[in-house]
Design a protein around this ligand. Sequence first.
Ligand code: SIN
Length: 566
Amino acid sequence: MLLPARLSAPPPGWARYADVVVVGSGIAGLTAALRIREALATADRGSADPTVLVVTKDQLSAGSTQWAQGGIAAALGPEDTPEEHLRDTLLAGAGVCDPEAVRVLVTEGPEAVRELIALGAAFDRDPAGMLALTREGGHHRDRIAHAGGDATGAEIQRALVAAIRAHPDIEVIEHAMALDLIPGADGGVAGVTLHVLGEGQRDGVGAVHCRAVVLASGGLGQVFAATTNPAVATGDGTALALRAGAVLRDLEFVQFHPTVMWLGGDSRGQQPLISEAVRGEGAFLVDDAGVRFLQGEHELADLAPRDVVAKAIKRRMRDRGSDHVWLDARHFGAAKWERRFPTILATCRAHGVDPVTDLIPVVPACHYASGGVVTDLVGRTSVPGLYACGEVACSGVHGANRLASNSLLEGLVFARRIAAHLGDALPPRREPAPDRRTPGLVAPAARDRIQATTSALVGVLRSADGLARATGELVEVCALAATDEPAAAAWESTNLLTVAAALVTAAAAREETRGSHWREDFADADDAWRGHLDLTLEPTAGGSRISSTFRPSLDHSPLLVPEGSA
Ligand code: SIN
């Protein structure tokens, strides 16, 4: 798909240097900053004092980590093993995980969680003082550690923010949007251009020159009209990396969380999540006639992997002509609701539903990007000096469908790996290259149309016809909504358009149904498609074009996908 304008950040009003810039402040970004500072301080760098700068678009705690409810998955229980965690992860990933990356995740995960606990994150414990572990969709063991009942992300974020604030040698700039990377003369990264609001001397657009940029900027949920993601999740890192020449992978695998509270058909923006852990503790789904429709769909019934559950819900809604289904957890009783799910209880009540006595209306909504910027096992992207971890990255651990609660773990494990790598091999400082690109941004007013297009035509159910219509809509947005006004909101809408275009390109190319990518016109998984779609931005005479290349999967394990889940 053609994007008509190429971008260039406006000339910087100020400039400075840091060894490493971390973009983003969730579990991946803050862990990376802490560990990189430690790794650089330990490495032999003569007398130079390492400088690590964290930049974040809003406040330190505004990203998706804060909102994570269910928990963090790791083989921490006495009966569990990394091998079993690996098996569940590969199975959910539907044949397109990178097995080596998954092995890293599950073997280094338990230690990474213990370190998080040592840093001060307080997880829930059983009466004997052992970590309380629960189960979520696709897991065959209880391996989800949680905090505050259903406020795991908030507790992790609290602990990490406290550690960052207490660290004298890590600098933070809040309300700083990363606009674009500064190219180096050799094609690598020489720095990052920021748009900063309200930082006195550093107000407005500025340049930070550095040796390495670590993208930990989170997801892209706001490309859809309704999502569990907070307002900051506008795919900035994904779009910026694509513009810088990085390869994106598996972008079509956008995960729709099965149980998001239904607030009415035209509800937009961030929607309340009803954690899978609620089903993990025994809640079940029923249709408008009270029928439990997941039994018979999958051996794990209501705890099947989330693509299976989301598709079953969508099918049931379509067959019954209803706009949502119901989650029944009334049998928990008030005491269990208050102890185990206090956040969800309060949210439901705030919306006029008391889950102790009422069914909760739920519907699938955009939740997580399983794909993103391709990285290797130490977080390197295809652009020298650019690293990525957390939701913005595609490390290979999620494949076509992320296993529940593996996302916090991925952020933790791969941030540590980037730090270890930078401690050993910090890239050289690069001379910035002259930037000859022409400006071109999309007006903020285009945002609603972009979101409406992706929600209607690139959501849970996709078809060639719908994707062609989506492409047409986005091309029109490109043509009609150009602006010369370089406000942060215009960069956001440009990033949303870029991500939407990349998503449509990948979804149209993959002519099969696999994991969280569901094509109505290609209803089955096709072995010929067992692999990845890599996306790059190619310059053309009139602007730039997103092109895709197919790469076979490294996961050759037999696919034990149960009936009905393809
Ligand atoms: C949930 O609590 O259901 C979300 C967990 C996840 O997305 O991994």
